[in-house]
Write a protein that binds this ligand. Sequence first.
Ligand SMILES: C[S@@+](CC[C@H](N)C(=O)[O-])C[C@H]1O[C@@H](n2cnc3c(N)ncnc32)[C@H](O)[C@@H]1O
Length: 468
Amino acid sequence: MRRASAAPAVEQIATMTIDRIAKGGDGVGRANGLACFVPRTAPGDVAQVAYVAHARHGRGRVLQIVTPSAHRVDARCAHYERDRCGGCQLQHVDDDAQRDARRHIVQDALSRIGKRTIELPELVTGESWGYRGRLTLMLLPRGRGWTGGLHPHDDAARVFNLEECPIANPVLVQCWRDMRERLHGMPTDRFLRVSFRLLSAEAGQETVAVVVQGGEAWSGAAEWAAALLRASAPVRAVWWLPRGGDPVGLAGDVATDAAVMGAALQLEADMSAGNATLDEAAEAGRYEPDAREALAFAQVNPTVATALRDFVFASVRAFAPQRVVDAYAGSGELTERFARDGAQVVSIEADASGTAATRRRVDEAGLADRVKVITALVESALPAALPADVVVLNPPRAGVAVGVTALLEQAASRGVRGIVYVSCDPATLARDLARVPGWRIDAVRCFDMFPQTAHVETVCVLRPETTV
Ligand SMILES: C[S@@+](CC[C@H](N)C(=O)[O-])C[C@H]1O[C@@H](n2cnc3c(N)ncnc32)[C@H](O)[C@@H]1O
């Protein structure tokens, strides 16, 4: 018997004014009272939209911009319109309106999901272009060669050839151009991923590591890598992460801790499996094993990342803490700073390569007696880490486990005077804040780590509700 196929979604057509940008970057307008999400629209656009109505919202596509918003600009990158590149969502919106949108995304999430009323948060900004210290591209076999680039935002199975990426440091794109001439020597696989990482960002002296991920066998790998090193001046190291294997240093300065490198690369590969958009690469790249390694995992946005860490450090310091818990500590950069400042620190991180880097870092700084480094899930290690004066949380996009918020809700009675929560996802931040009603928001600051996208980093400083 033939099964009835699902009825095709029926599109309706409406003209609507776009009021705001939602988390994810779509513009939001209303059609017959229904909130309708429309990609690539700007606040103030009047657009004719074809949309499909779902139970609580509509999803639409622009048929025609009837009256363009005053905030519309021409996208700088040719791929944005032509290839519908999924790396950026907001290149068609001017800088001021983009920044405004990201601040409202945070305020709106905290209000709607977190049930917290806050002023429009301050946003610390940096460069709008050329800021990325890492460029990760997908390579799909085509004929005897490869197509190398990024996915369209609406088609994760396709990859377009990347010619430019104006949000990345131009040197990374130059290295990709140099490599593109040499794709014939790559290993065979269903797909490969290639990542360009800025090792040194000093203007005019930039150096880059290249990591090829995928393939199980690669004859001629060392020759291929040596040729790339000769052809591309900024490239200083070439690594290969075979499918299911350990990392192999192929050429250049690859004298680094292979175990650390391997764990980080595997994590990155897992994170971005199947869809290597810039967003996911950004997310994956937040797992940095040790920023001081020769092949340090370059920060996505080093300038703004530094400002963020400085703010977290100053916020913690304002409590004059003797004991700090650094939860989701990564490679322990903040752990080291808290310890240098005189605090006793419990540093909790699930990734063993991260805690190995933290141990090394605090040993070298002569701070080992002030720091307890724990390789464990925060949800299992936090109870024993308390009491403390301040708890720092910097979880991945998924936010913290419900057991962690349950413990923190009671933590004021165990001496905790402050929580500093660093988040890359306003929605999970807001969800977690809703679970700790005993804590009030003392300060919120946003950090513009990913201009041209809808992503934003947020730091929330919390104090017990009862504190005067
Ligand atoms: C967003 S990164 C923060 C890293 C670091 N604090 C920094 O500033 O660079 C999140 C970190 O949490 C770790 N992680 C993820 N889930 C965890 C869990 N349940 N318990 C402990 N660590 C976890 C990841 O390995 C990663 O290093």
